[in-house]
Design a protein around this ligand. Structure first.
Ligand SMILES: Nc1ncnc2c1ncn2[C@@H]1O[C@H](COP(=O)(O)OP(=O)(O)OP(=O)(O)O)[C@@H](O)[C@H]1O
Ligand SMILES: [Mg+2]
Ligand SMILES: [Zn+2]
Length: 307
């Protein structure tokens, strides 16, 4: 059975860890080998992931029927990037010699160096990893094993195929690049890169997520919530008002209370608050906006006064 040992057997070849910048990096590895995980160590815009192009043309990253259109779209972006001499990583299995030959030819056309980045994860591990995937992303065992065998079989011939560098992923240090990118993002969020940073929006992001940020405004001077800060989410005619709650005595918990109608009395105008701990709570409250909020607490109808 072909395994990682088969790659190691070829290690009499000198170990090459060179990935020039710019270059075209062509990942080679079976489904589940970890290609996308390695690819995530490069900036998003540099990575052309075939599954992503399948999703862009069909809404389904696992749609094999869409492969032709996905390859066509990927190829267009690839050409545009290489003509600008931009570092580019192709994240797909590339276990087929013909597919690699086309990619190398495209790089040559633009005078770009080519790197084969081989992800030699054992076939049994790749197969195992399929089990935890959603059905539309699960690749049958026989195909995974064929891809792995093709990768092992091709390994020694990759230099002859025209690759300028053949690099085995297990030999390269990419953790620093990943940590650097994560750290840069954090510093920008905090404004430590001399930008504005997210400031108070960090709290909003922590509870409700990134998607809400463009819609969020703090309401200055609003005294709806006993001195707690109030903000609103607004998009066209849709509007939600929320108060920031901080549990100072407890674990430092942070959540929002959404302003809703009193659940006890249709004629009550007093503010009532519905706790919102996540964007899912927010969705539930929004889709329920014409109904009642049974968990809401009215500021007038305290427990003692409840009908
Ligand atoms: N170094 C690693 N250690 C542990 N788990 C890993 C490692 N690399 C990847 N994985 C896990 O293996 C699974 C598959 O990884 P990934 O999605 O990167 O594979 P892939 O080669 O891109 O697969 P596909 O070809 O199907 O897109 C993921 O669940 C990931 O968390
Ligand atoms: Mg992947
Ligand atoms: Zn009330």
């Amino acid at each position: 059975m072909p395994s990682n040992d088969a790659l190691n057997a070829h290690q009499f070849l000198p170990v090459d860890t060179t990935i020039p910048d710019p270059s075209l990096v062509i990942m080679i590895g079976a489904a589940g080998a970890g290609k996308s995980t390695w690819a995530s160590t490069w900036p998003d815009t540099q990575v052309l992931e075939l599954d992503r192009f399948r999703a862009l043309v069909s809404d389904d990253p696992g749609c094999q029927e869409a492969t032709g259109d996905a390859v066509f779209a990927l190829q267009a972006v690839l050409e545009a990037r290489l003509s600008r001499r931009k570092m580019t990583i192709v994240d797909s299995t590339n276990c087929d010699q013909k597919v690699r030959a086309d990619l190398i030819a495209t790089a040559r056309l633009h005078g770009m160096s080519t790197v084969a980045l081989v992800i030699g994860t054992p076939a049994s591990v790749c197969v195992d990893r399929q089990k935890s995937r959603p059905a539309n992303r699960r690749v049958p065992e026989a195909i995974v094993r064929d891809q792995h065998a093709a990768m092992v079989d091709a390994f020694a011939r990759l230099p002859a195929e025209g690759f300028d560098h053949v690099v085995v992923a297990e030999n390269i240090h990419r953790l620093e690049a990943l940590l650097q990118r994560a750290s840069d993002t954090r510093r920008a969020d905090l404004g430590w890169d001399s930008g504005d940073g997210l400031g108070d929006l960090l709290l909003v992001r922590r509870v409700l997520g990134t998607e809400i940020l463009p819609l969020w405004r703090w309401r200055v001077g609003a005294d709806l919530a006993d001195g707690d800060r109030v903000g609103e989410i607004r998009l066209g005619p849709d509007r939600m008002i929320l108060a920031l709650r901080v549990d100072v005595d407890g674990e430092g918990d942070i959540w929002f209370d959404l302003l809703v109608a009193c659940p006890y009395d249709d004629d009550c105008d007093a503010p009532a608050w519905q706790a919102v701990h996540s964007v899912s709570d927010l969705l539930a409250a929004h889709t329920n906006s014409t109904g009642s909020h049974p968990d809401a607490v009215c500021t007038v109808h305290t427990d003692a006064l409840r009908p």
